[in-house]
Write a protein that binds this ligand. Structure first.
Ligand code: DQA
Length: 144
């Protein structure tokens, strides 16, 4: 197993900092990457952070995490969380543990956000903690 943690981000998360700040806050994805890099250094881990607006990229990257023998995947699949059986199947197809991350708490929002396909395959979920939730998820990954 390597010390690399993949951090995979789904659609519209490239617009963090600008996108609905009352829900998602003011931190950009680059700010989150910086926080993760700082914490990862202390934990002896490496971060491989990616974002895509395309479902298949997330599936491909989950497979890549498997072949790279990553320590864990932190996955914020964004809206695909609530729709994607393909992402759930990918999570179930690999040995690498996946930790689900959400900036907001989808269960406190519209009913269509209450189902999470990612949760059905993930070893843990961190939600509703804002951008800091990514760091909390990294600490959980370090403890696996
Ligand atoms: C999100 C929550 C999802 O419901 C939403 O579609 C997102 C972001 C979050 O981080 O809070 O795009 O995953």
């Amino acid at each position: 197993m390597s010390n690399v943690v993949f951090v995979l981000n789904g659609p519209n998360l490239n617009l963090l900092g600008f996108r609905e700040p009352t829900i998602y806050g003011n931190d950009t994805l680059d700010d989150i990457a910086g926080m993760l890099e700082d914490r990862a250094r202390d934990l002896g881990l490496e971060i491989d952070m990616r974002q895509s607006n395309h479902e298949g990229h997330l599936v491909d990257w989950l497979h890549e995490a498997h072949f790279a023998q990553a320590k864990a995947v932190l996955l914020n699949a964004a809206a695909y969380t609530h729709t994607s059986v393909a992402i759930l199947d990918a999570i179930k197809s690999i040995k690498v543990p996946v930790i689900e991350v959400h900036i907001s708490d989808p269960v406190m929002r519209e009913p269509f956000r209450h189902i999470s396909y990612v949760e059905m395959g993930a070893v843990a979920t961190v939600k509703g903690m804002g951008a800091r939730g990514y760091v909390v998820a990294l600490e959980k990954a370090a403890a696996l």
